[in-house]
Structure formats: C-alpha cells, structure tokens
Ligand binder design. Sequence first.
Ligand code: HEM
Length: 151
Amino acid sequence: MGKVLLSLHVLAAIVFIGPVTVAVSVFPRYARATSDHSVEVVALLHRISRVYAVLGLSVPVLGIALAAHLGVLGDAWVVASLVLTIAAALVLAVVILPAQDRLMGPPAEPSAVATRLATASRLSTASGLFSLLWAVVVVLMVVRPGSTTGV
Ligand code: HEM
C-alpha cells in the first residue's frame, strides 16, 4: 500500500506540478509579446496553469495519505512540506492566476501597455517564488531532515 501511494504521489508530482510550473514560468514572456500568436499561447498557458493546479491538489492529498500510512504525519519535515505546499498554492491561487487573468487577450489601448508590462514583471517574480517553493519541498521529500526511517 505504501509503495502504491508513494508511486502515485511521485507520479502526480511529475505529471501535474511539472506542467503548471513550466506554464507559470513561461507565461510572462508571452504576455509581454504583442503578436496574435502570443495571444493564443497565453490562453493555452493560462488553461494549463488552471487545470493542472486543480489536478495538482492530488499531490498533497496523496502525500498526507502516505505520511499517515507511514506514521510520520507529525514529523517536522512533513509539517514543513505541508506549510510550503499551502504557501505555493496560495501564491498560485491569489497572485499568479488572477494576474494571468488580467493579461489575457491583447492590450485594450496603448496606455494600458505600461500596466501590462508591470503586471507581467510581478508575475515573473511570483512564478520564481512558486518554483523555488517546489524545489524546497522536493529537497525536503528526498532528504527528510530529522527522519530516522530510511536514509
Ligand atoms: C502536503 C504535502 C506533502 C506531504 C505530506 C508529502 C508526503 C510525502 C511522504 C510521506 C513521502 C514518503 C517519504 C518516505 O518514503 O519515507 C513523500 C515522498 C515524496 N514526495 Fe511528497 N509530500 C507532499 C508534497 C509533495 C510535493 C508538493 C512534491 C513535489 C513537488 C512531493 C514530491 C515527493 C517526492 C519526489 C517523493 C519521493 C522521495 C523519495 O522517496 O526519495 N511531495 N512525500
């Protein structure tokens, strides 16, 4: 059971968190561009970000089930991962997805271009933070500091 949960947890992290991380980090570059093609790309990246964000919820759900199964739910590294996962989810839901929403479609008028560029650059920062949070969580998952089970 533990092996099945671990496999599903890692598979979900690769298949769902991977694409949302890439989509979120590439989005600002295309949002700054002005071609018709970039409008389509932006729409697709937004869709990937939204859909995979929802699918990605399976990662912490499986992670919590796995931690409960292994009896490590109260361990510091698990609690830290949980907190960082919640922080990443909030950055995505509260900052990134709404900002992406505002950048959908071509700029309405030339005066809106400066606002658009400012939003795109805030979005770049938020997406960097989002990727960094995942990187820290993955290191915690692999290193499991303080864990006495496994190596
Ligand atoms: C609520 C958040 C999470 C919890 C409670 C959790 C829990 C766990 C547990 C209990 C394990 C098994 C460790 C062991 O074999 O002793 C594990 C492994 C793993 N988790 Fe998570 N996880 C969470 C989020 C994540 C996220 C967001 C990612 C990726 C972005 C991730 C990636 C991994 C990976 C790659 C492993 C395999 C590590 C290894 O076996 O070396 N986890 N997780």
